[in-house]
Design a protein around this ligand. Structure first.
Ligand SMILES: Nc1nc2c(c(=O)[nH]1)N[C@H]1C(S)=C(S)[C@@H](COP(=O)(O)O)O[C@H]1N2
Ligand SMILES: [Mo]
Length: 505
């Protein structure tokens, strides 16, 4: 018990100081984040149902908490082992140090220095453990539970003080390290960015685009879903940002932030969607993006005709593969620097990301982009492809009921059913609503800025008392109506009709 406590406290002290050191070397070198990052990159393949192209905020918190709980268990065992054999305990600490070092060194673009936080953590943990175990062993009273706790003798008090100091070092180091890391973030650099004006003003939002009861037509940055594999958003300073366009091109290019700002800028509403968005889900958002057309950049680089895939690489090594034909077909595929009139928020890709109307995010929306490589689908699989997701992933026509919510209660009489529908770049031509087994009724479509955004719809229903099932389905400009067949998001997007149950009384 006492030895277990010593193990946990020693591990906390080590990891805490590791965080402080990592603040100076780089967030990805933190032992916890490095090991967590390796877990993110390796687990999705083999573990079924975790292989989803979604890694949201909750998953990140769960992963770090889970790692800490596992670590605490392991550290307690190492503490216990230390009572029996110091060599065994030292081996236990060393094993974890090595795992941390290897994880940190294998992160994308890691230098040798990335090993230092884990090494410091291991050294501190071993030293603290040695000291605390010595204190624990010097405690005279036995460990067995007793009816009333015996008065603290000197040895016990010294041990508890030792554990307390180690735990405090862990807590102060952990929070302090996080604080130092946040101080080194690119917040100030982002605030200093002055966005260039677009060549033309942003397209006006047609009156009536917003239907009462439906979600906001333009999603604020704060409400915009965030999906990526990074446990700490990459901090990229525009001053040192560069984009390399290379691979199967006649004319490889490198552009700096200053050069990017000189390029023609357009301002476009585009609705982004995650392939992991389940029927009725909210991994979708619509924003006004400011950026420069990718097509012109590619034209300058002169891709070879055989290059059918554009691989975009983020500063953290994440990749996505986009059909070269899509990026060059004239749609508003952008290298974006602004979101809703502000520089991109750091979690959404500051300073530069890709935005491509009509493709799911995992094959097009590379955040923190630093590289564009022309290649062939036959030659390279981007990040999610070996993890069970399709290489090609156009957004599927979908619709969602925003009001009434599932389980809602309404009074009999006129009830507004409303929501959104999307088929980016094709456009929505019809939305229909079905109540119970009645015939499908055509909903009223609100105007939208373009076929690249979602569209809102509404339907007035004369509600009668009882339990009711409401369904929605959309038809796109290709004439395709959503299938009723329920499919889960993997491998290329969910299908099925969004359905809610409500009670009228
Ligand atoms: N660098 C990087 N870019 C990325 C991802 C990622 O994991 N890393 N995830 C992609 C996925 S799966 C989606 S759906 C979109 C989400 O963009 P958002 O977080 O701005 O909404 O980003 C894409 N760009
Ligand atoms: Mo996604």
């Amino acid at each position: 018990m006492r030895a277990g406590l010593a193990g946990v406290a020693a591990a906390a002290a080590g990891l805490g100081l590791g965080e402080v050191v990592a603040a100076f070397i780089g967030p990805q070198s933190s032992p916890l984040l490095a090991v967590g990052g390796v877990v993110v990159d390796t687990v999705p393949g083999p573990v079924k149902d975790f292989g989803i192209a979604v890694f949201g905020t909750h998953d990140k918190t769960a992963l770090i908490t889970g790692t800490m709980v596992l670590l605490a268990g392991y550290a307690a065992a190492v503490g216990m082992a230390a009572l029996r054999s110091w060599v065994l305990a030292l081996g236990g600490v060393a094993l974890f140090t090595v795992i941390g070092v290897v994880a940190a060194l294998t992160r994308h673009d890691a230098g040798l220095a990335a090993a230092v936080p884990s090494l410091v953590a291991g050294l501190v943990a071993a030293t603290a453990l040695r000291y605390l175990i010595a204190l624990a062993a010097s405690v005279s009273s036995p460990d067995a539970p007793v009816a009333a706790p015996p008065p603290l003798d000197g040895g016990r008090r010294r041990f508890l003080v030792g554990v307390g100091i180690a735990a405090a070092v862990g807590a102060v180091g952990g929070f302090g390290g996080r604080y130092l890391t946040s101080r080194r973030a690119v917040t100030a650099a982002r605030q200093a960015v002055v966005l260039p004006p677009p060549a033309q003003p942003p397209p006006p939002i047609p009156p009536g685009a917003q239907v009462p009861g439906a979600t906001a037509y333009v999603t604020s940055a704060a409400d915009f879903y965030r999906i990526d594999t990074s446990l700490y958003p990459p901090q990229v300073d525009p001053a040192s940002w560069q984009l390399h366009i290379h691979g199967m091109v006649r004319n490889p290019l490198t552009i700096t932030w200053e050069q990017l700002l000189q390029r023609p800028m357009v301002s476009r509403y585009v609705t982004l969607a995650c392939v992991s968005n389940d029927v009725g889900g909210d991994l979708i958002g619509n924003a006004l993006w400011l950026g420069t057309p990718i097509k012109a950049l590619l034209d300058e680089a002169q891709p070879l005709p055989e290059a059918d895939q554009v691989v975009s690489r983020s500063v953290d090594g994440w990749t996505c593969g986009t059909p070269a034909s899509v990026l060059r077909d004239g749609r508003d595929a952008l290298l974006a620097i602004g979101m809703n009139g502000r520089p991109l928020p750091v979690p959404h890709g500051f300073p530069v990301r890709m935005v491509v109307p009509g493709l799911y995010g995992y094959v097009s929306a590379c955040k923190w982009i630093t590289e564009i490589e022309l290649t062939r689908f036959a030659d390279f699989d981007a990040y999610w492809v070996p993890r069970g997701w399709s290489a090609q992933a156009p957004i599927k026509t979908q619709s969602r009921i925003d009001t009434p919510r599932d389980g809602a209660r309404r009074k009999p009489g006129t009830v507004t059913i409303a929501g959104v529908a999307w088929a980016q770049h094709r456009g929505i031509t019809k939305v229909e609503v079905q109540v119970d087994a009645q015939p499908w009724a055509t909903a009223t479509l609100a105007p939208a800025v373009s076929a690249d955004t979602w569209v809102q719809w509404s339907h007035q229903w004369q509600a009668t008392p009882g339990d009711h099932t409401l369904r929605v389905r959309a038809t796109d400009a290709d004439g395709q109506t959503q299938t009723s067949t329920r499919a889960s998001p993997a491998p290329d997007g969910a299908t099925g009709w969004h359905t809610v149950q409500i009670t009228v009384e």
